[in-house]
Ligand binder design. Structure first.
Ligand SMILES: [Zn+2]
Length: 476
């Protein structure tokens, strides 16, 4: 499409008009860029420039739109960070900023503290703030056990008496809040601290999930709320990690339509969320989006071994094509939708899809180095925390998901499909780490983040210990 549009008339551009007006001898020649801006480049900066030139997309659409203008502005903001080191971070042996672990730990610890009054608008996001903070700290290798008591206290107050968790104290239960609360609780739980696990009222939670199951197979986010693919992923995550029964409670409305299990018609419903362009959308017929792609793939990877479920419910060639198209060049990071801007949080939402997809296809479908370059060079904020893109402020959300994306680039996982599927929703417990990508030209061991469970986005041990604890415990 880009090349089919006619170029604007040459005479309309200022430089072309100058050519007409001025005799060559009268013109003051502009210095070429190479003599002027880049004379003091270090060999590493020269290498960065050469790399960026090599991945720059050669076809430029000269048709200006609001989207193309903000894309140009984004490149202007991002490129200085990929070419040089405006934050003056210490550089690794590849000339890339080291991961500023101490600064990010300090930032996330602050994010788990008190908030000033203007943050009242975040009131309903308390479970998320806790989850992003704890998961980010874990990814940086920080021991989060000091938060155990506070986490139990917070979520005992946010747990709704009839089941599930609200966004804050006294709020009605919501599936997204429940997902973040459960992940936070099991992250600080250990087998020798059963009170933390047992703070979750599983029986009431099971009833709450039963209210959300829809006759078409999907899940509402809250009673009477919207049905979307977050619901499928969040519900399956909670059912699987807490080893809840898969049969629907007797009071589940979907039973009136003949459904008996949480998994009835679910794979088909998720499959219907694949859009015409191959991506995954929130609900059938909507626009594809990177975060929904992760939810869709994650949900299917819980429903069964991804080698089977992904191929069964998605057209994987079209999905891989769509996911690949989300990696921006020359930025290296991901955008979340077609024609959108690079954003650090998609380092996980799209970057995290590959571990699940590579179980279905062979490796090498994405550029790990390019993503790591974006995270380390462009997404680290000078004072700590990670950002959407240069010029933005850091927050716990972008810090957590930039780090998860960096982890996805650095680590390899394999799934043992042979062992999976014997018990309800046990497929995600058969992933194992399979080494790191040591051949990177971007990061060094000092820049590595911890392994993260590719389906649940928490430490491996937190996932397996939770499942084991509740499996041993047995009935509700
Ligand atoms: Zn973002």
């Amino acid at each position: 499409m880009a090349s089919s549009r006619p170029d604007p008339p040459e005479a309309a551009t200022p430089s072309a008009r100058l050519d007409e007006i001025l005799d060559d001898k009268l013109r003051i020649q502009e210095l070429p860029d190479s003599d002027h801006e880049y004379e003091d480049l270090s060999p590493q900066e020269e290498a960065h420039m050469a790399y960026l030139e090599s991945v720059r997309i050669p076809i430029v659409d000269s048709f200006k739109t609001t989207s193309s203008e903000v894309q140009d502005e984004t490149l202007e903001a991002v490129l200085p960070f990929l070419e040089g080191n405006p934050n003056d971070f210490p550089l690794n042996e590849h000339g890339i900023p080291h991961l500023q672990k101490e600064k990010h730990i300090k930032f996330l610890k602050k994010a788990l503290g008190d908030y000033p009054a203007p943050f009242a608008m975040m009131d309903a996001s308390r479970p998320w703030l806790v989850y992003w903070g704890l998961q980010g700290l874990s990814a940086l290798g920080y021991d989060i056990s000091e938060y155990r008591e506070r986490v139990i206290h917070t979520f005992s107050l946010a747990q709704y008496p009839a089941g599930g968790y609200g966004g804050n104290y006294g709020h009605f239960p919501h599936l997204a809040a429940t997902y973040a609360a459960v992940l936070s609780i099991i992250m600080v739980s250990t087998p020798d601290s059963p009170a933390t696990y047992d703070s979750i009222n599983r029986k009431n939670l099971w009833h709450f999930l039963g209210q959300l199951k829809q006759p078409d197979g999907g899940f509402n986010m809250t009673t009477g709320g919207e049905e979307d693919i977050r619901g499928a992923y969040c519900a399956l995550t909670v059912l699987s990690l807490l080893n809840l029964p898969l049969e629907l409670p007797d009071d589940a409305p979907a039973r009136k339509c003949g459904l008996t299990s949480f998994t009835d018609r679910l794979g088909e419903w998720i499959g219907r969320c694949q859009s015409f362009d191959g991506g995954i959308s929130a609900a059938p017929g909507n626009e594809a989006h990177g975060a929904y792609a992760f939810c869709g793939l994650g949900a299917l990877a819980i429903l069964g071994p991804p080698k089977e479920t992904l191929h069964k419910y998605f057209d994987m060639s079209r999905l891989i094509h769509w996911l690949s198209a989300r990696q921006c060049a020359p930025e290296g990071g991901y955008n979340g939708r077609t024609n959108k801007l690079v954003d650090g949080c998609y380092s996980h939402w799209v970057g995290g899809c590959w571990a699940l997809v590579e179980e279905h296809q062979s490796e090498g479908l994405w550029n790990r180095d390019a993503l790591a370059r974006y995270v380390l060079s462009a997404a680290q904020f000078s004072k700590g925390g990670l950002v959407d893109k240069p010029g933005k402020r850091p927050d716990a959300y972008h810090t957590c998901y930039n780090l998860a994306g960096l982890s996805a680039a650095q680590h390899r996982y394999i799934h043992d499909a042979e062992k999976a599927g014997k018990l309800g929703l046990d497929a995600p417990f058969h992933w194992t780490p399979n080494g790191t990508f040591a051949a990177s030209t971007i990061w060094t061991p000092a820049d590595e983040v911890a392994r993260i469970h590719p389906v649940f986005v928490i430490p491996f041990s937190a996932a397996s210990e939770s499942r084991k604890y509740f499996a041993d415990k047995g009935s509700l």
